[in-house]
Design a protein around this ligand. Sequence first.
Ligand SMILES: [Zn+2]
Length: 469
Amino acid sequence: MLSWLVKLTFLGAAGTVTGSRYLLDVRARHILVDCGLFQGRKEIRQRNWERLPFDPRGIHAVLLTHAHVDHCAFLPVIVREGFSGPIYATPATIDLARLVLQDSAHIQEEEASYANRKGYSRHHPALPLYTAADAERAMERLRPLGYREAREIVPGVAATFGDAGHILGSANLRLQIDGRHRISVAFSGDIGRYAEPLLNDPEPIREARWIVCESTYGDRIHERVSDFEPLANAVEAIVERGGVMVIPAFAIGRTQTILFGLRELVDRGRIPMLPVYLDSPMAVRATRIFGQHPKDHDVEARALMADGTPPLEYPDLRIASTREESEAINKVDGPAVIISASGMATGGRVLHHLRQRLPERRNMVVLVGFQADGTRGRALQDGAGEIKMHGSWVPVRAEIRTLPGFSAHADREEILRWLRGFESPPNALYLTHGENGARTSLADFIRGTLGWKVHLPEHLEVVSLSGEA
Ligand SMILES: [Zn+2]
């Protein structure tokens, strides 16, 4: 049937912000766009363990938009289950994905061994979702595809990445499908911010019959990224009361923007110099990789570099590599700043910093990234009086501040700006990668302002992209 020549299946990020996986079937060819891990609430995370709704051995190619866990960290599973084709990604994404996959495998192995020690798993022994060896095999499949280079990834289907401006190496994607009916499909990836100091603006895609677009902040308007005043105010408050500021931050993306902001504020004399502890080995490596891809920086970052001011070099940065160095930070007295992962306080070293600092009023937790439903970060953001960590309840007396200006995701106006880059309306726009409130609100807004046909796909929904709308 002609109408089923091209179909799209929403295997994740439909009604949630995690687990981005889209399967595109073009005649007998099968292409997967992103292969992310589900995170957040237990019933969502459980999907990582369910039987796959497709056969990985039948997938011909994977296109990876960027190196965040919720877009790439399920790759080791499909490789272990028999996927043996290429995984296309930009060169910077490949460098970062290696880091993320290694780290993610490590976390999976730790969780399994912890469950075995504590005996709380239903399975004996508890097995990790995947191992470091599985991650290693997934990395071997990564193939570079630069921005704006069209590449025929399977016969009759050409893929082109554009700069998404979300994190280093991040991409949006346009697929051109040849045949009796030429069809083009656009994937927004995660859309970044306009006028961000380190990265380029999100690049528009001019034409697509079908668009799949994220909606993380579809119901909100952010502050400008280059406005570091809210950060300066938070630092001033912490200096005044001699407290410690803990910033749970995604190792890739947010950490670099915060370092940039702090350095800017010190250089301008806006805040006094105080020690900044970077306690995330992955963030340290990601910061180094950032320096290795100057082509992907925006003009402002490049100008600083040329000027002899490395944009991410905060003068009093103290790096904790070992576990001992990390634990030693517990003894640090304020004022000081601690930046540590994970960004939603779901795991990682930031937990012991929170446990140490949350009970005291003079301290502050600054939330700079999206906090998914069901995470400790979201509980803090929502004003929880205590949160559970390592089996015990920790009282929350520290001040909790959210600085939405640091978000790596476009707000509603910025998503609209990106969509306006298309020269004509698509047959349909599918909104994904957002909680239902955000995407419903965005859908109404788009219908009202652009008059487009907008659809909110359900988990595992299949749509036909052939024929006429
Ligand atoms: Zn992302």
